[in-house]
Write a protein that binds this ligand. Structure first.
Ligand SMILES: *Cc1c(COP(=O)(O)O)cnc(C)c1O
Length: 404
C-alpha cells in the first residue's frame, strides 16, 4: 500500500509510512546496521557520489533505517523533508547553527529547556551571533526585539516546566514580517496535538527521546522543514559535522511511531483526569494544565492544540519542603528529570532541570520552589490519581485534610 497518500489519517501513516522493504519482503522494518555500502562497478560508485544515482553512500550522510524514520516523521508532521539526529539537543543545535553566521541575531522566548537556553544565550554569542530573550507571551516584545540582522526566532510551547503557551501563529507572522525563520521546539505538545508548520513556523524540532520513543530507551532527535532549507542548509551541516542517529536507535524510534497515537492519547486523557482530580486540593496553590479552562491561556490552547497534552504542573504549598514531601510520598509516580515516558515521572525543576538559573531568573519564569512537573505515563489513571491524592494529603496539616 502507498501510505504516502495524503488521504490516509495519521495513525495509519504511522504504521505503514516510509517503509522500504528489502528483497526479502519482511513485514517489520529492517535494521540496517551498516556504516557503508558496496558498488558493483567503479562507474556505479562514481554515479552515487556525483548524485546521478540517489542511493546510499555512507551512514553519516544517510542510512535506510534512519531514512524510514525520517519519512514516517515527515508524513506525520506534513513536512517536505526531515533529518534525524542523535539527540534532541543535536536537533536544536543543528536547526539553529546550520543557518546562522557571525553578525546575525536570534530572538527567543525566555522560557526554554535549559540546554536550548545555553545554546542561544551562551554558545551562539561566542561565535558572534547575538541573541535577545523575550517574554514569549508578549507579542510586542517579539516585535520590539527585531533588528535588521534578525535571522531566526526560536520558541517552545507549552514551555518547560510551567506549561505557559505562546501564540505560534502570531509569532510566525511577526517572524515573516521581519524576514526571519521561526523554529519551534514541539516536544511538550507532541506532533499529534500541535502542528507548528501548519501554524506558520518554518522548522519544527523534536527530542525523539521523549514521547516518540516513549519507553525510556534511547536518545534521538529530528528536524523537519521545507525541502529547500533541509537540503540546502541542514543536510550539508549534518553531513560534515556528524551528529548522526544510530540505525539501531532509528529502528527503535521507527517502531515506536506505530504506537505513538495510542500511547499519547491515553497519556493525555489520564493527564486531564489527574488535573481535574487534584485541582483544588488544599495542598496545591496553583495548577497548570493546557486542557483546563482555568489555564491562563486556555484560548490559545484551544486554537493551536487539539488536546491538553501529557504534562501537568502544580505549585505545592510549603515551597521546596512541601514539594519534596509530596514527591517522597508518591509510590507509583517516580522521581526523575525525564518526560514522555510510559512511567509517570515527577520533577522538581527548581533543584534539577532549572537549578542553573538564579533565583531572580526562576522567579521571572514562574518556577517557584514548590513547583512540581508531572509527566503522565501509561499506568491505570485511577492508580495515578490515588497515588497523587495520597501524597498531597501527607503534605497538608491534618486539620486541613479532606474529609475523604
Ligand atoms: C528533552 C528536551 C530537549 C533535549 O532533548 P535530548 O534528546 O535530551 O537531547 C529539548 N527540548 C525540550 C523541550 C526537551 O524536553
Amino acid at each position: 500500500m502507498s501510505a504516502e497518500k495524503r488521504e490516509l489519517r495519521p495513525a495509519t501513516r504511522l504504521v505503514h509510512g516510509g517503509t522500504m522493504r528489502s528483497q526479502f519482503g519482511e513485514t517489520s522494518e529492517a535494521m540496517f546496521l551498516t556504516q557503508g555500502f558496496v558498488y558493483d562497478t567503479g562507474e556505479a560508485a562514481e554515479a552515487r557520489f556525483n548524485g546521478d544515482d540517489p542511493g546510499f553512500v555512507y551512514s553519516r550522510y544517510a542510512n535506510p533505517t534512519v531514512a524510514m524514520f525520517e519519512e514516517r516523521m515527515c508524513l506525520l508532521e506534513g513536512a517536505e523533508a526531515a533529518r534525524a539526529v542523535a539527540s534532541g539537543m543535536a536537533a536544536v543545535n543543528a536547526a539553529l547553527t546550520c543557518d546562522l553566521k557571525a553578525g546575525d541575531h536570534v530572538v527567543a522566548s525566555r522560557a526554554l529547556f535549559g540546554s536550548c537556553q545555553y545554546i542561544i544565550a551562551e554558545l551562539l554569542p561566542r561565535f558572534g551571533v547575538a541573541s535577545t530573550l523575550v517574554d514569549g507571551t508578549d507579542l510586542d516584545a517579539w516585535r520590539n526585539a527585531v533588528r535588521p540582522e534578525t535571522r531566526t526566532f526560536f520558541l517552545e510551547s507549552p514551555a518547560n516546566p510551567t506549561l505557559e503557551l505562546i501564540d505560534i501563529q502570531a509569532v510566525a507572522a511577526i517572524a515573516r514580517e521581519a524576514g526571519a525563520r521561526l523554529v519551534v521546539d514541539n516536544v511538550f505538545a507532541t506532533p499529534l496535538f500541535q502542528q507548528p508548520l501548519a501554524l506558520g513556523a518554518h522548522t519544527v524540532v523534536y527530542s525523539a527521546t521523549k514521547h516518540i520513543d516513549g519507553q525510556g530507551r534511547c536518545l534521538g532527535g529530528v528536524v523537519l522543514s521545507d525541502a529547500e532549507w533541509v537540503e540546502g542548509k541542514l543536510a550539508p551541516y549534518l553531513k560534515h559535522t556528524g551528529p548522526s542517529l544510530s540505525p539501531f536507535n532509528a529502528w527503535v524510534l521507527l517502531k515506536s511511531l506505530e504506537t505513538l497515537p495510542v500511547r499519547v492519547e491515553r497519556q493525555a486523557a489520564s493527564a486531564a483526569r489527574i488535573a481535574d482530580a487534584v485541582a483544588g486540593h488544599p495542598a496545591i496553590a496553583r495548577l497548570f494544565y493546557p486542557g483546563r479552562d482555568d489555564h491562563p491561556q486556555a484560548g490559545i490552547a484551544r486554537r493551536q492544540m487539539t488536546a491538553g497534552g501529557t504534562m501537568v504542573a502544580f505549585e505545592v504549598k510549603g515551597g521546596k519542603a512541601g514539594a519534596f514531601a509530596v514527591s517522597r510520598a508518591l509510590e507509583v509516580v517516580r522521581i526523575s528529570n525525564n518526560l514522555g515516558d510510559a512511567k509517570s515521572l515527577v520533577t522538581h525543576p527548581a533543584t534539577t532541570t532549572h537549578q542553573r538559573l538564579s533565583d531572580e531568573e526562576r522567579a521571572a519564569l514562574g518556577i517557584g520552589d514548590g513547583l512540581l512537573r508531572l509527566s503522565v505515563g501509561l499506568e491505570d489513571p485511577e492508580d495515578l490519581v490515588e497515588d497523587l491524592l495520597r501524597a498531597l494529603d501527607t503534605a497538608v496539616p491534618s486539620e486541613l485534610r479532606r474529609a475523604s
